[in-house]
Design a protein around this ligand. Structure first.
Ligand SMILES: Cc1cc2nc3c(=O)[nH]c(=O)nc-3n(C[C@H](O)[C@H](O)[C@H](O)COP(=O)(O)O)c2cc1C
Length: 401
């Protein structure tokens, strides 16, 4: 009997599938449905305390990942000084930062791509050591479980419930940050309303224990995030505004007691906004994705916690679709599950986080059936030197032919 040589199984090229079907998103004529998910990599250059600026490395990194007609959601940028939860995160509040982001947006545009900047306020996820010693603001006074990234226990410095005038000032700060992002050349902004940061803190009833018009009922808990959406749309136009939400996430002690009800209401309110204030897309994270649990553990846990609830993004997608709001789905997409997701109509676009970190040429690899480079978790966040695991992943071929 002749000896057989083991062969690597062929990988199906996905060129010609719905992953590569064009789509108009606001003013952007997208040529494929592969979105770079926002991933904060903490490579900003420190200018002064609380002020980090995008430098050459970030320009190179985002330029590497640009494709003709591709959409990149650039990592979270602080709307104001001391609103961040981590070191090395760039803001979009200082002139030097706007200048740095302009170079990032230019690098993406030079290759025919589109870029939205995610903008955030971390709320209680921000330790006092990153805020010149001040306690972080939040919807209420309850700290997160565990410790902040600087190692200090969250319970040692509980958040300060935001006063009404502070809420109003923060709405304005989001709108002003969005305007600066557009001035820097971004095609739009994505409001970070996910993953347990400030806007999400107002939504969850285990965090928001306010008794005024911003707490209590679902209507009240959605009020501040909706005010931010409206103010940002007024500032830059609805076709340039997206929103990220994570109804099923546990990250940073987010444990709403009625996830389906809360986020369905929020989606209905987004759809009910006048066209001039209705965001062009909503970006949601799949329930299977979790920062701590693996996929099966997460699904089992949600099924046990929210009995009789279909654990899926579909109810939200259906509400948004009726209102003409595009949908981006993220979380554990690879080369096997994205086409079926698009073809089923469950989403309009698919976002890739970790695979895009390690594969600057991800759209090309998906198109041609080229194996992915594995990502190295140890270099996700700040590394020394910062180049390591950042802009040095191999590139098979830059452009989708
Ligand atoms: C290093 C890293 C940084 C991240 N930073 C952000 C962020 O700034 N904003 C955000 O909304 N999500 C952030 N995420 C979550 C991703 O956008 C994405 O939802 C998650 O990685 C799941 O997608 P994936 O399975 O394709 O990686 C981050 C994830 C990673 C791994």
């Amino acid at each position: 009997m002749a000896a057989t040589t083991p062969t690597t199984p062929a990988i199906a090229p996905l060129k010609g599938t719905k992953l590569f079907a064009p789509l108009k998103l606001g003013l952007c004529e997208l040529q494929h449905r592969i979105v770079q998910a926002p991933c904060t990599r903490m490579r900003g250059v420190k200018e002064s305390d609380g002020v980090n600026v995008p430098g050459d490395l970030m320009v190179q990194y985002y330029g590497q990942r640009a494709t003709r007609g591709g959409l990149q959601i650039v990592e979270a940028a602080d709307i104001a000084r001391y609103t961040s939860g981590y070191p090395g995160v760039c803001g979009v509040f200082a002139a030097s930062q706007v200048a740095g982001w302009k170079r990032v947006a230019d690098a993406v545009h030079a290759r025919g791509g589109f870029a939205f900047l995610q903008i955030w306020h971390a709320g209680r996820a921000s330790p006092p050591s990153f805020r010149a010693g001040a306690a972080p603001p939040s919807a209420g006074g309850r700290p997160m479980d565990g410790a902040w990234p600087d190692g200090s226990a969250c319970a040692e410095c509980p958040p300060t419930p935001m006063a009404r005038d502070e809420i109003a000032a923060t709405v304005r700060a989001f709108a002003e940050a969005a305007a600066r992002a557009v001035d820097a050349g971004f095609d739009g902004v994505e409001l970070h309303g996910a993953n347990g940061y400030l806007l999400d803190q107002f939504l969850h009833d285990n965090i928001n224990d306010r008794t005024d018009e911003y707490g209590g009922s679902v209507e009240n808990r959605c009020r501040f995030p909706l005010e931010v959406v409206k103010a940002v749309c007024d500032a830059i136009g609805p076709e340039k505004a997206g929103v990220r939400l994570s109804p099923w996430n546990y990250f940073q002690s987010t444990m709403d007691s009625d996830r389906l009800g809360t986020w369905s209401y929020l989606c209905e309110q987004l759809v009910a906004l006048p066209a001039s204030q209705r965001p062009v897309y909503v970006h949601m994270i799949e329930p299977r994705f979790d920062e701590v649990l693996d996929e099966q553990q997460k699904i089992d846990s949600l099924a046990g916690g929210d009995k009789k609830v279909a654990v899926s993004l579909s109810p939200f997608r259906e509400i948004l679709q009726k209102g003409g709001i595009l949908f981006v789905s993220a979380g554990c997409f690879d080369r096997d599950n994205s086409v079926s997701k698009l073809e089923s109509g469950a989403t309009d676009l698919v976002a890739y986080g970790r695979w895009f970190i390690a594969n600057p040429d991800l759209p090309k690899k998906l198109a041609d059936g080229i194996p992915f480079t594995k990502y190295d978790r140890s270099t996700f966040y700040f590394t020394e030197p910062p180049e390591k695991g950042y802009a040095d992943y191999p590139i098979y071929a830059a452009e989708v032919a």
